[in-house]
Write a protein that binds this ligand. Structure first.
Ligand code: ADP
Length: 507
């Protein structure tokens, strides 16, 4: 039978790691056979040497301090914590990346430290390759996201033209039911394409890291009032009750991103519910604030829940028409990540779905307990007024033509211009009651906002204005202060929304 001491000697000598035993003075008292292959020394060459010979010269001072520190707090642990980048020195002076474990122990009244040294060149190379591959994948993903954002942004301009031409043709062909049907189908297709472009632009921008949340005190009541206005007609059309809280706290959040998050969740709840209600609930507790979006719709099978936040994922419902493009919840996921919120979903097929958005306590505004009445904010909404004369400034000829045609058919008298300079030249003719509809980007000359300020200065009164932008979100981030009697709309603008906004600023 092999004696244990002989076995342990064999194990020690031929362990896969080089082992050295160092005494309290820092001198090596034992080295195993593996030091030959790992460190290039014969074991007997090392005995009696300071352990510093195994450390590259430039690290020796630091190493001496570390030994002293280890002596004060001895424990079994990897050297240098879990820090990567440790190096050991071979007999021939060459270096290699090393993994080193230290174990203190007392033997015959003397304190020793055992060190197990392993050559981790290969492991380090694999780790570095993995880090590089990951960085490359992230770079490619960001490039894809930037491409998506740019392409969807640039497609908005032609989409705007098509949308307005469609609206104009519907007016012209008011008496022809067949053409109306065709144009209505075309409008539905335009709506679908616009939703896709919006989704692609949003997810592209969120994922490319181009968005930096702008936190401010946001009265949730006013967000609810906007959402109530936005979704009321859809809820009515489906005979669904849409219930939003009557009072709400103030949050410290990014208003645009936060609204986008709720828009997607309420939009989904309405989209996937045919009967019953969509309710938004809220709860303030010790941990924070929770907003629940609950519907009585078709529900989501449990095994699909973990995938619904993936881009383009849609629950497969055989035979059912596709209602969206599968980007809504991916946008919710990205917005929640940026704002530091948690989103969770529970659902029962056939009974309904509940999405909970948890906002940690530290992200609430100090006035969180004070509720502002949603009804009071909603009442502040303006009432419609009759149409008048309008200066249109749009540098793209086809968009200008389509917009002019549409607005003329809506009953506006349009003074159409292609540049800020032309619009400024019209100033002497303008009188109270006129409106400005301008693109935000007007070539290099000046922006729509600059034009508005110049016109208002020249006129001496507040010319009401609508400014259109292909990238509304970025524009709203630039404009810190609201401009009185000026509304910003994103392209491609919905024809009804454009008319509503014109009526609003005119009031
Ligand atoms: P979509 O544009 O298809 O709505 P989303 O990313 O918003 O894409 O949602 C992904 C999928 O999750 C949807 O296709 C739908 O099948 C499912 N889903 C999301 N919200 C609900 C809900 N409230 N009720 C039922 N199913 C839902």
């Amino acid at each position: 039978m092999i004696e244990l001491s002989a076995l342990s000697q064999q194990l020690l000598h031929f362990s896969p790691d080089a082992l050295v035993l160092v005494d309290a003075r820092g001198l090596i008292q034992f080295a195993n056979e593996t030091v030959r292959t790992v460190l290039g020394y014969a074991p007997e060459q090392l005995v009696g040497q300071p352990v510093g010979v195994l450390v590259p010269e430039r690290f020796r001072a630091q190493h001496a301090e570390q030994i002293a520190e280890f002596g004060r707090h001895p424990s079994s642990r990897p050297m240098g914590g879990r820090a990567v980048g440790l190096c050991a020195r071979r007999a021939d002076g060459s270096e290699f990346p090393a993994g080193i474990r230290l174990a203190p122990f007392v033997w015959q009244g003397q304190t020793y430290v055992g060190a197990a040294i392993r050559d981790v060149t290969e492991r380090q190379a694999i780790t570095e390759a993995l880090i590089a591959a990951r960085a490359e994948a992230e770079r490619a993903n960001r490039a894809k996201s930037r491409f998506l954002a740019t392409a969807s942004h640039d497609l908005r301009q032609p989409m705007q033209t098509i949308r307005l031409l469609n609206a104009a043709m519907r007016k012209i062909a008011a008496q022809c039911p067949d053409i109306q049907d065709l144009l209505r189908s075309e409008e539905l297709a335009i709506d679908a394409a616009t939703r896709l472009l919006d989704g692609l632009l949003d997810i592209g921008r969120l994922e490319s890291g181009a968005i930096d949340p702008q936190l401010a005190a946001v009265a949730l009541a006013s967000v609810y009032a906007d959402l109530q206005r936005e979704f009321a007609s859809l809820a009515n059309a489906k005979s669904l009750a849409l219930e939003l809280p009557r009072v709400a706290p103030t949050l410290s959040t990014d208003r645009l991103l936060f609204t986008q998050l709720l828009q997607n969740l309420i939009g989904n709840a309405l989209k996937y519910t045919e009967r019953g209600s969509v309710r938004v609930t809220q709860r303030l507790d010790a941990g924070g604030f929770e907003i629940g979006i609950e519907d009585t719709g078709i529900g989501i099978p449990t095994e699909k829940l973990e995938r619904i936040f993936d881009e383009y994922y849609q629950v497969d419902r055989t035979g059912a028409p596709r209602a969206g493009v599968g980007l809504g919840l991916a946008i919710v996921r990205e917005v929640a990540r940026l704002l530091g919120y948690q989103v969770s979903v529970s659902s029962t097929v056939g009974a309904g779905t509940r999405v909970a958005v948890r906002i940690p306590r530290q992200k609430l505004h100090p006035d969180a307990v004070l509720g502002e009445s949603v009804a009071a904010v909603a009442r502040a909404a303006p009432s419609p007024r009759p149409n008048g004369r309008l200066v249109l400034v749009e540098d793209n000829a086809s968009v200008r033509m389509a917009t002019e045609l549409f607005l003329t058919l809506e009953g506006y008298r349009v003074l159409s211009t292609g540049s800020a300079g032309e619009a400024l030249a019209l100033a002497p003719q303008l009188k109270a009651g006129d409106l400005l509809l301008a693109d935000y980007r007007l070539g290099t000359e000046m922006s729509g906002i600059d034009l508005l300020h110049r016109l208002r200065e020249t006129l001496g009164w507040e010319l009401p204005a609508i400014l259109l932008s292909g990238d509304l979100e970025s524009l709203l981030r630039v404009v810190k202060e609201p401009i009185r009697r000026c509304r910003f709309l994103g392209k491609p603008v919905d024809s009804a929304a454009l008319v509503a906004a014109l009526t609003e600023v005119a009031g």
